[in-house]
Design a protein around this ligand. Structure first.
Ligand SMILES: *[C@@H]1O[C@H](CO)[C@@H](O)[C@H](O)[C@H]1NC(C)=O
Ligand SMILES: *[C@@H]1O[C@H](CO)[C@@H](O)[C@H](O)[C@H]1NC(C)=O
Length: 413
């Protein structure tokens, strides 16, 4: 080989290497840019920031600067500072603030230990770069991956197996519903794989189970993918097209309008219940304001968090056609076996109070906007040997159920 040729070959080889690494660097920096842009969209300028003991940063963001107002339909929206109607009677705000916070097993959010947000601001859990990088794509961050609504009437086994989601729920259908309430036992279920989750929530559903399903969801969840840890967190979700293009968890897209300065969506709940030990629960009420048509959410007795504006929805702009309460886990069948990700406490309903997780005082808001016991409560679970549900009723707890289980066990291989 002549010297010139050798030099030329070396040159070609080198320039090939350089252009390869340039391309890699270019696409890495493009992704970084995309992530930065997304973070800037999500994280609004804060008046004050509070570091939570669990590593979260809570940004206190001026109410008018929250993500909801990125929505073109909300540009001229006047924030409603209170609902015009409440199914338990419009509360006297003075009385509420005078009321001692006495609840024996009171639950708070962990970040409260390190500060409060000033009036006129709302607390938002800051999204970090690593949160977005854990998602399959920047666009999917904060959104559900699958259609995962339990569909009790026609429990289609193909659908069940395809999505890998498992449920143990109670439900009502066949009427028009204007809200739902429940007090939900809080646990910290173990998650086998980081891409799985375990949650306990209520669903307010509108429409049939087609491509245009409307859903409002609220409860607690453990989701390592979404939050980067195994903490139990308060969450909400909404969609108006069966999880396709609209909706998200918490405030991770524009939609929900928050008015409360004390409760952060996606923040850790503490303490949680322990087996044969102290039990903790949270109350969630979601109802439709008959005047404005917005769907409001209340946490506990004292916190009206805010509302989903009526225009976000099609079916739910009128009423809900089904209400569900209960648990859901993702079963990714690691190693070809059922996941050992727990639902609820990880113990079956038979074990009862202090051992199995519960929903109590479950109610619906009826056509005259009153809270009522649910009529014709049904139950549904895909594989009762993995996760089960058992309903009951008594004086104190009204309609209630125990639910959950360990997942993988001798009867659920
Ligand atoms: C669905 O999965 C379960 C458990 O893995 C299995 O027993 C059942 O046969 C599957 N059904 C269908 C239709 O594939
Ligand atoms: C979450 O829990 C699993 C075991 O259930 C553990 O392997 C994992 O390291 C935990 N993740 C974090 C971030 O603590």
């Amino acid at each position: 080989m002549g010297r010139m040729k050798r030099v030329l070959l070396a040159f070609l080889w080198l320039s090939g290497l350089i252009s390869l690494s340039c391309a890699a660097r270019l696409s890495a920096s493009r992704q970084k840019l995309e992530v930065q842009k997304h973070l800037k969209r999500l994280n609004k300028p804060a008046v004050k920031s509070i570091e939570s003991p669990d590593g979260d940063i809570i940004d206190c963001v001026h109410m008018a600067h929250q993500p909801a107002f990125d929505h073109p339909f909300l540009k001229d929206h006047k924030i409603q500072m209170r609902p015009s109607y409440h199914p338990e009677g419009l509360f006297d705000e003075n009385k509420v603030s005078e009321k001692p916070k006495e609840r024996t097993n009171s639950i708070t959010q962990l970040w409260h230990l390190n500060g409060k947000c000033p009036e006129g601001t709302i607390p938002i859990r800051r999204t970090k770069q690593e949160d977005v990088l854990r998602a399959s794509s920047v666009k999917r961050y904060g959104r559900k991956k699958h259609r995962a609504i339990p569909k009790p009437r026609s429990a289609d086994p193909d659908l069940v197996n395809e999505s890998g989601h498992q449920h143990a729920i109670a439900y009502v259908e066949g009427d028009k519903y204007y809200g739902a309430k429940a007090t939900i036992n809080v646990w910290e279920p173990k998650i086998q794989q980081p891409n799985e989750f375990s949650l306990s929530q209520l669903w307010i559903l509108g429409g049939s189970f087609g491509e245009d399903l409307n859903s409002i969801e609220a409860g607690w969840q453990v989701s390592p993918d979404l939050y980067g840890d195994n903490n139990t967190r308060l969450f909400t979700y909404w969609t108006s097209d069966a999880y396709q293009a609209t909706g998200c968890y918490n405030l991770l897209c524009s939609g929900f309008i928050q008015i409360n300065s004390e409760i952060a969506m996606g923040a850790s709940i503490s303490p949680v219940s322990a087996y044969r030990n102290s039990q903790y629960d949270i109350s969630i009420l979601v109802w439709k304001d008959p005047k404005e048509g917005h769907w409001w959410m209340q946490f506990g007795n004292d916190y009206v968090l805010g509302y989903w504006p009526s225009f976000l929805f099609s079916y739910l702009a009128d009423s809900a056609s089904m209400i569900e309460w209960g648990g859901e886990v993702v079963n990714s069948e690691p190693d070809g076996h059922h996941t050992s990700t727990q639902m609820g406490s990880g113990h079956f309903p038979e074990e009862g109070f202090g051992k199995s997780s519960y929903f109590r005082n479950i109610q619906v808001v009826d056509g005259s906007n009153n809270l009522k016991a649910p009529k014709g409560l049904g139950t549904f679970t895909e594989q009762s040997n993995c996760y089960d549900v058992q309903i009951g009723s008594n004086g104190d707890w009204g309609h209630y159920f125990y639910y959950g289980g360990p997942g993988k066990n001798a009867n659920c291989p």
